[in-house]
Ligand binder design. Structure first.
Ligand code: GAP
Length: 514
């Protein structure tokens, strides 16, 4: 199945089974805003729990906070967001559609990449086992021609972005590459303008007393402005970290790919404060630690790659993305940044307060350097869903849709089903749920055939199902069915907790990180 179709199916699956709904749907929706349904919220909470516990339980020197979304507006001046958190926009005069100029150019670069990959795939098919891919890439005339065009465009684009960006050069690239509007098909483009991504509102009621404030575009600044409060009250010593999970808002112009790019989303960020000069060592360590966290979910190491940034933001001295293989290619899920002492120094300058750390070991004061790990909850959710969604052909010719979610993240851990709705079987099933519901999320289901009930649970990713039958009333044993293997075994009710609890707990994932 084409990856595009897989993605479409995933989006409708998310809606059909209560994972993700378009926001305000009965009013025809609101662009790039989504609501999580009854299953989605459980999965999302489990992802957040996995991240939170991996930070604050596994590291003695990391603590959490929950700072407000509204913050003093000068914070965003100090952080650079008021002046520099912009996207370059361009309009097509015929379709009246607005685009990000950088995205139009990046899509064009991706088109060259696609052409190259197509040539390689064709040659691989033609030459079979004897195919030498490295040699083909460096000698084939068509590949070399596309590669040269791609590299020249990439260089020109990087130069334009690094020069401020140079807005007229971005427009010229779009014209020179003959990029057309996907709607109107024309090249009737306006000038490129800068557009700030922060949402703003007014705080206070009177005209004089009101103040323009922003909805935070990242949670990180709430950590920076509290770092000394936490350090002093928590008696923290450098190196130490502060973790936070919370909503962030960006007025994204190109909002697409479902929950990949949203206007209201959630971040899980950790700022790690270190001694100046040690930051690159810590950066390396956090890169490894974070990749290990992702890989522990068991989707396969080939689903991940690092994308090290060649060109760095002016305040960073190292940066990398962890990319995940989504149905639409490798995409950024998490960023790891060595942010130097830029943010803390800026807050010191703009607030006029001394926020230096006093090191009791060396008796000196300094502004710590910061390593940041920043991951989007919604992007993580999308990566988990897309790697788990599978359509399997069964021996009887039927197809089953199954979400092979890591058991610890699954919304429901166990479904309990009486074989029939009579003869005391429902009561026995309820008894089982009543004893297990304190340990993990259980669901009762008595409607339709057992086969249909299994399919429903497969579709929401429930790792275990238990069937209560007439024999159960005599021997207190049930049939335990495994979602992935579909194998069934007869087990005593008394051993259900010990069989299931450990496998479905977040602890089982955390242990893999040690
Ligand atoms: N404090 C650093 C920071 O915010 P970022 O690369 O802009 O860095 C970090 O964002 C992560 O937040 C991204 O890797 C992504 O997972 C998530 N993210 C950013 N913008 C998003 C959006 N519009 N919708 C969903 N997730 C987003």
């Amino acid at each position: 199945m084409a990856q595009e179709d897989v993605f479409k199916k995933l989006v409708s699956h998310c809606k059909e089974y209560g994972f993700v709904f378009p926001s305000s749907e009965i009013y025809d929706g609101l662009g790039a805003v989504y609501d999580y349904g009854q299953m989605g919220v459980e999965l999302k909470n489990n992802i957040k729990q996995y991240w939170w516990q991996s930070m604050v339980l596994l590291h003695e020197n990391i603590v959490g906070i929950d700072s407000a979304i509204f913050m003093h507006p000068t914070i965003w001046k100090a952080s650079g967001h008021v002046d520099a958190f912009n996207d370059p926009l361009i309009d097509n005069r015929d379709s009246k559609k607005r685009y990000r100029a950088d995205v139009l150019i990046e899509d064009q670069i991706a088109k060259y990449d696609e052409k190259i990959e197509k040539e390689v795939a064709k040659a691989r098919k033609r030459f079979g086992e004897a195919f030498d891919e490295a040699q083909f890439r460096t000698t084939n005339a068509r590949v070399l021609e596309q590669q040269q065009k791609r590299d020249a465009l990439h260089q020109r684009y990087s130069d334009a972005m690094n020069a401020g960006p140079d807005l007229s050069e971005l427009r010229q690239i779009i014209l020179d590459e003959e990029i057309v509007c996907p709607i109107s098909g024309t090249r009737n483009w306006t000038e490129v303008r800068q557009f700030n991504l922060m949402f703003s509102t007014e705080m206070g009621s009177t005209a004089d007393g009101s103040m323009k404030i922003y909805l935070r575009p990242e949670t990180a600044q709430g950590i920076f402005v509290n770092y000394l409060n936490v350090q002093k009250t928590g008696r923290m010593k450098v190196p130490f970290g502060i973790a936070q999970i919370g909503k962030a808002f960006r007025n994204e112009i190109v909002a697409r790919q479902f929950i990949f790019r949203m206007r209201e989303f959630e971040q899980m960020e950790m700022q790690f404060f270190v001694k100046p000069g040690t930051e690159l060592e810590w950066f390396k360590q956090w890169k490894e630690t974070r990749l290990k966290w992702h890989k522990a979910l068991g989707f396969g190491d080939d689903h991940y790659r690092y994308h090290d940034h060649e060109k760095l933001a002016h305040y960073a001295n190292a940066a990398t993305d962890i990319e995940f293989l989504m149905p639409f290619g490798f995409k950024e899920v998490e960023g790891i940044h060595s942010r130097t002492n830029f943010d803390l120094s800026q807050h010191e300058k703009f607030s006029g307060k001394n926020i230096k750390y006093f090191d009791p070991e060396t008796n000196e004061s300094y502004t710590p350097y910061v390593i940041e790990t920043s991951i989007g909850v919604d992007r993580m959710f999308l990566s988990v869903m897309s790697a788990s969604y599978q359509e399997e052909k069964l021996e009887n010719g039927e197809t089953r849709v199954v979400l092979k979610l890591p058991a610890a993240l699954a919304p429901v851990k166990l479904a309990v089903m009486p074989l029939v709705k009579k003869d005391g079987l429902p009561e026995k099933a309820r008894e089982i749920i009543d004893s297990l519901k304190f340990h993990f999320h259980c669901q009762y289901d008595e409607k339709d055939s057992i086969g249909k009930r299994y399919r429903r649970q497969d579709a929401i990713g429930t790792p275990y199902c238990v069937t209560v039958d007439h024999q159960t009333l005599e021997d207190n044993c049930v049939t335990l069915r495994n979602r992935d293997t579909m194998e069934q075994e007869r087990v005593p009710i008394s051993s259900l907790d010990s069989i299931i609890a450990d496998r479905v707990s977040i602890t089982s994932l955390l242990k893999k990180l040690q």
